[in-house]
Design a protein around this ligand. Structure first.
Ligand SMILES: [Zn+2]
Length: 374
């Protein structure tokens, strides 16, 4: 049986300002958006007067089975739960491995991605981890992308003492394999690159783009604050750059918005990944953990403290990510798209969240449950 909901009188940022309208949801889709919507079938009414209605957030760098391990086995980080995501408005995640490939596998990662989907979220993942040779599910990066529904690209680390010091040729070959498999499967086939603070910067990637025919959009550097000048050079050639949310992010995003076209800028949380602290000789002296709440918190302060307009700010974690990852059903409030919706109060706090049409957060209370929750 079809389930209908009407969310009324919210001020919609789609991300563009669409004014006050009503949204009609049928099952997992938005099927009509208009002012004073009349609907006579049996449905649930949700009054969102005085609230903002924006797309659910897409977090493209999440250690869904937990990352870490740089400070012994006890420093491995726990898995994420669906409720850890939805309570901060994140309705779509891209899971990945990190430095933890010795103890965690692509099988575990794909299984967790399937689990999050079963629970009502949207989830995808990347094959690979930090190293080349790449850890995969089928034995080949291309086959993983072509045949495993959940896998949309590969992860690799560059410019980092924890990377496998990949050669230029290896990175170029990885990108072509991802590209052809992605074309076959209608997926982005991205090479998502952890970029550390290493001496090498983006040198190899910029050279590959210069010397080969591989489009720059095949390479997706993240943690770009680690190599900010190189990231700007990369963006000036049309590349996407992904920031990692922390307390410095709002001011850095504000500055970047003045230099780089908006559609090339995205933000992710690195939730449940490790933030190791190193001394000058790269000995570990401390360990932090990435948190998903930083994603929207950074965007909220971009609006409230850096005075960036709502539409621009939310694009960074909604439309831009959906467009960059070819997630055609995601990223905007539009008729026919998935009903992933966040409601905000006048202070821009998340009050309600809908994931694929189901209300999972109601008046700031989580109403969805994880499988094991006592
Ligand atoms: Zn990470």
């Amino acid at each position: 049986m079809n389930e209908f909901k009407v969310i009324r009188n919210a001020h919609i940022y789609a991300p563009e300002d669409a004014g006050i309208q009503d949204v009609l949801i049928c099952n997992d889709k938005m099927i009509d958006i208009r002012p004073n919507l009349v609907f006579s079938y049996d449905h649930e009414e949700i009054d969102a007067s005085g609230k903002y209605l924006i797309p659910g957030f897409i977090d493209q760098h999440v250690h869904i089975i937990g990352g870490g391990g740089e400070n012994g086995f006890s420093s491995l980080i726990r898995e994420i739960q669906m409720t850890d995501c939805i309570q901060y408005g994140v309705t779509t995640v891209i899971g990945l491995l990190g430095t933890d490939a010795h103890v965690k596998s692509i099988e575990q990662l794909v299984a967790k991605t399937k689990a999050l989907r079963e629970q009502g979220m949207s989830a995808y993942c990347l094959t690979g981890s930090y190293a080349i040779p790449t850890t995969t599910l089928t034995g080949s990066i291309g086959k993983d992308i072509a045949f495993i529904d959940e896998i949309i690209g590969v992860k690799v680390a560059i410019s980092d003492h924890r990377s496998s010091a990949p050669l230029k040729q290896e990175l170029a070959r990885m990108a072509t394999e991802c590209r052809t498999a992605g074309l076959l499967a209608n997926k982005p086939g991205v090479v998502h690159m952890h970029t550390g603070k290493g001496k090498d910067g983006y040198k190899k990637i910029l050279e590959i783009v210069e010397e080969t025919d591989i489009p720059i959009t095949q390479f997706r550097p993240t943690h770009v604050a680690n190599q900010y000048e190189d990231a700007l050079a990369f963006a000036s050639k049309g590349g996407y750059i992904d920031f990692t949310a922390d307390e410095k992010t709002p001011s850095l995003l504000k500055k970047t918005l003045e230099i780089v076209p908006l559609k090339q800028i995205t933000l992710s949380s690195d939730a449940n990944g490790s933030f190791p602290i190193w001394d000058e000789n790269l000995n570990i002296i401390g360990m932090g953990v990435g948190k998903m709440e930083t994603l929207y918190a950074s965007i909220r302060s971009l609006i409230l403290e850096e005075h960036v307009d709502i539409s621009t700010a939310i694009s960074i974690i909604t439309k831009n990510v959906a467009d960059a990852l070819l997630l055609k059903q995601k990223g905007s409030i539009e008729k026919g798209k998935d009903a992933d919706i966040v409601l905000l109060d006048t202070d821009l706090n998340v009050t309600d969240v809908f994931a694929l049409g189901k209300q999972v957060v109601k008046e700031k209370a989580i109403v969805a449950k994880n499988y094991y929750q006592y």
